[in-house]
Design a protein around this ligand. Structure first.
Ligand code: HEM
Length: 410
């Protein structure tokens, strides 16, 4: 195949990332691009062009290469669908770690890594189990044996867990969940998205002020103390960090919970195999992460110098998007990739990214997902969708894919 350095005529009218028509299949354009060349030019939503990386091997190469920057303030950084106002906003606020490079990023990550060690997470396990059991008690108390699983379980579990870890009052969950939902939906008008960012930043700034006066046993208080010891307190930087952790800490896992339930209920043989041997849950979680690849455009970068990759030269200043969904459906890496197979045992997927920015919260997410699926299918063995699958509303337009609501019964 000849690598294209301009958008091929076949893709002229297609904007990437392409909206998913259903939760189970990748857009047909992805396989088309993957078969022809692993790195090719596409049109990104909003009109600009960027390189599209569709295979796993090249995806990992890009994400591990420090010549590709995560700094959203740089010209050429692909921000699908973002207008000028959104770009300006990125420039006017200090980046969180997801938008930093090199030593600055490494230092920020070092400051937080101790909060997510295996030991820390093992200590959290009993509390996560208690939280999941509490919400399932409430679910089972529904007099008509039906509920929206997003509202009843998928959103509250990771929200309460991250609130306790960070030191955010859970009573404020409606507020921060709504702000985050507006932020990740591409159909939110830009001014409204801007307001959601300002509101959430304002809220977190006030919260940090309160923690300065009255520290608690939580991540925000520990970060405050740590930064104080090191000298000057960078308040806007701390707010950016808090923003990333709160938003990434609940919205992502919530979508994986609801999609995981959809995936297992739609593949009864897989669910039966899981029920027969709950020891398989960690593998099932890994496969569901691969299969749904809910985060797509976050693994975008911009080249800081000319880079040869996949048979093409990405020029300095050009944007590049590694598609987690396309990479996770790469038949060269995952045989029969469109099949959900909980026995696959493949951990080299890109659901959490790869390289220096690989998801900081991945083991927390795994812990929550394992406990939720184990507990839900054990305690609610007759769980089923309350409507046909094609009546479930998904979020084809969101930066993080998921179900908008999930009517279930038992
Ligand atoms: C980064 C996915 C859960 C915090 C990332 C990245 C992906 C991702 C793909 C890489 C972005 C890049 O390369 O630029 C997911 C998925 C999750 C999940 C699919 C759930 C199933 C969480 C949770 C937290 C979290 C629970 C909570 C603390 C972060 C942070 C980063 C990150 C702080 C930035 C890391 C860095 O820049 O070094 N996540 N995430 N994530 N995630 Fe997650």
């Amino acid at each position: 195949a000849v690598p294209a350095t301009t958008v091929p005529a076949e893709l002229d009218d297609v904007a990437f990332p392409v909206a998913r028509a259903c939760p189970f299949a990748e857009p047909a354009e992805y396989a088309w691009a993957r078969e022809r060349s692993p790195v090719r030019k596409v049109r990104v939503r909003g009109g600009e062009e960027a390189w599209w990386v569709s295979r796993l091997a090249e995806g990992r190469t890009v994400l591990a290469d420090p010549r590709f920057s995560s700094d959203r303030r740089r010209d050429g950084f692909p921000l699908p669908g973002a207008d000028k106002a959104v770009r300006e906003r990125f420039r006017s606020q200090p980046p969180s770690m997801i938008g930093m490079d090199g030593e600055q990023h490494a230092a920020e990550r070092r400051a937080l890594i101790g909060e997510f060690t295996v030991k820390r997470l093992a200590a959290l396990r009993p509390r996560v189990q208690e939280i999941v059991d509490g919400f399932i008690d409430d679910l089972l108390a529904a007099p008509d044996r039906s509920a929206d699983l997003v509202r009843a379980l998928a959103l509250p579990v990771p929200s309460l867990v991250i609130c306790e870890l960070l030191g955010v009052p859970y009573a404020d969950h409606d507020f921060f969940q709504n702000c985050t939902a507006k932020l990740v939906s591409r159909s939110t008008p830009d001014d409204e998205r801007g307001r959601a960012v300002d509101d959430l930043r304002g809220y977190l700034s006030d919260l940090i002020t309160r923690k300065e006066a009255e520290p608690g046993d939580d991540l925000f208080s520990r970060q405050l103390a740590r930064r104080r010891e090191q000298g000057e307190l960078d308040r806007p930087g701390l707010v950016s960090m808090a923003f990333l952790l709160l938003a990434a800490g609940h919205e992502t896992t919530a979508n994986m919970i609801s999609l995981g339930v959809v995936g297992l209920l739609s593949n009864p043989d897989q669910l039966a195999a899981l029920r027969a041997d709950p020891g398989r849950t960690p593998m099932a979680v890994e496969e569901l992460l691969r299969y749904f690849a809910i985060v797509e455009a976050a693994t975008a970068r911009v080249a800081t110098e000319d880079v040869e990759i996949g048979g093409v030269t990405v020029a300095a200043g050009e944007g590049i998007i590694v598609s987690g969904l396309s990479a996770n459906r790469d038949p060269a890496a995952f045989p029969d990739p469109a099949t959900l197979d909980i026995a696959r045992g493949a951990r080299h997927h890109l659901a959490f990214g790869y390289g220096p920015h690989q998801c900081l919260g991945q083991n927390l997410a795994r812990l929550e997902l394992q406990i939720v699926f184990d507990t839900l299918f054990r305690r609610v063995p007759t769980l089923r969708l309350a409507v046909p699958i094609d009546e479930v509303t998904f979020k084809p337009d969101a930066v993080i894919y998921g179900a908008a609501e999930l009517p279930v019964t038992w």
